[in-house]
Design a protein around this ligand. Structure first.
Ligand code: NAP
Length: 317
């Protein structure tokens, strides 16, 4: 029996699956672990099930010194908060939860697209504030999504699921930019440069992983290339976008609106964004359904169970 730390409360079936085989401690707090907590956990537990915000950096592994942990089974497909090379150098394996959250996250991208295009947040705020005086023909006119050009940045699992929804659900023409050549299972054309994609689309959605390689991939030049009528959507990671450049583009009318699920310094959301009516702001809800959060937890648990049973890891990083 091994010792396992789960760093946030998770759906009960996940804890039950782990507790059937190992000694499980569940951290009671919903916020990220402090440096001291991570160091103590690395010394004490055989496996840790961490998630977004638990910044397992090279410094933390170095500080921990005598490390007992052999596995970090991350809850989430994105693992840019873990220095995987440093973990590996300390003999620690890392796993994530790909696939099980793809559809749920793609659904949220469509939520942001539709809410922003149809001014849904603005309309709801107006109504709840008692400011709705009744229907009239030029009230809160938005933009049709059907038939428009959808630009996907990062045609991976989630990018393709968004593209599928856009194409089959809304008759959108799909263009995409991706690191390597891709042939997705739907009509879609790969574009050679990000600036060319930005110039060609009506709705641009970011779905690449976060981390050093993609930091500020979307910068002032990309916003400058976009049409003033275009919408910008980010469901990936906040650091992929230069948030100051996004705010400047919105303020200057360089783009028409934005829908965001992730932010550069979560949970801090710049006040400039909260003041803009043409921006939809969600609190990192991408995978937040009971079904998906349970499936993510079960996959993380499966990785831990497999690891200590000496079986192949279901989803190694
Ligand atoms: P994935 O299948 O690995 O897809 C990532 C795609 O991005 C791949 O096609 C990859 O290209 C491409 N890419 C990577 N670096 C790139 C670069 N520098 N330039 C252009 N394209 C690049 O991952 P996924 O399952 O779709 O998840 C994507 C990300 O979504 C996750 O890493 C996570 O951060 C984020 N996410 C957010 C939420 C949320 O709550 N908002 C939920 C789930 C996931 P290659 O073909 O070359 O590998």
């Amino acid at each position: 029996m091994k010792t396992v730390l789960v760093t946030r409360p998770l759906p009960q079936p996940v804890i039950a699956a782990l507790a059937a085989a190992h000694k499980v401690a569940v951290r009671d707090e919903t916020g990220p672990m402090s440096g001291d907590e991570m160091v103590a956990a690395l010394r004490r537990f055989d496996a840790i099930l961490p998630t977004i915000g638990d910044a397992f950096s090279a410094e933390i592994f170095a500080q921990a010194g005598q490390i007992r942990t052999r596995l970090l089974a991350n809850f989430g497909v994105g693992y840019n908060h873990i220095d995987v090379a440093a973990a590996s150098a300390h003999g620690i394996a890392v796993t994530n939860t790909p696939g099980v959250l793809t559809d749920t996250t793609a659904d949220l991208a469509l939520t942001l697209i539709l809410m922003t295009a149809r001014r849904a947040g603005e309309g709801e705020r107006l109504l709840r504030a008692g400011g709705w005086t009744g229907w009239h023909p030029t009230q809160l006119m938005g933009m049709d999504v059907s038939g428009k050009v959808l630009g996907i940045v990062g045609m991976g699992r989630i990018g393709e699921a968004i593209a599928r929804r856009g194409h089959f659900g809304f008759g959108m023409k799909v263009l995409f930019y991706n690191r390597s050549p891709k042939t997705p299972d739907l009509p879609a054309r790969q574009v050679g440069s990000l600036a060319a994609l930005a110039a060609a689309c009506d709705v641009m959605v970011v779905a690449v992983p976060g981390g050093a390689e993609t930091r500020h991939l979307i910068d002032a030049d990309i916003f400058a290339a976009m049409k003033p009528t275009a919408l910008f959507i980010n469901i990936a990671r906040g650091d992929v976008v230069d948030e100051a450049a996004l705010i400047a583009a919105l303020q200057a009318g360089g783009i028409a609106g934005a829908g965001l699920d992730v932010y550069e310094r979560e949970p801090v959301v710049p006040e400039a964004l909260t003041r803009m009516e043409n921006v939809t702001l969600l609190p990192h809800l991408g995978s937040a359904t009971l079904e998906t959060r349970t499936a993510m937890g079960m996959l993380a648990a499966d990785n831990i169970l497999a690891f200590f049973a000496g079986k192949p890891l279901p989803s190694p990083v």
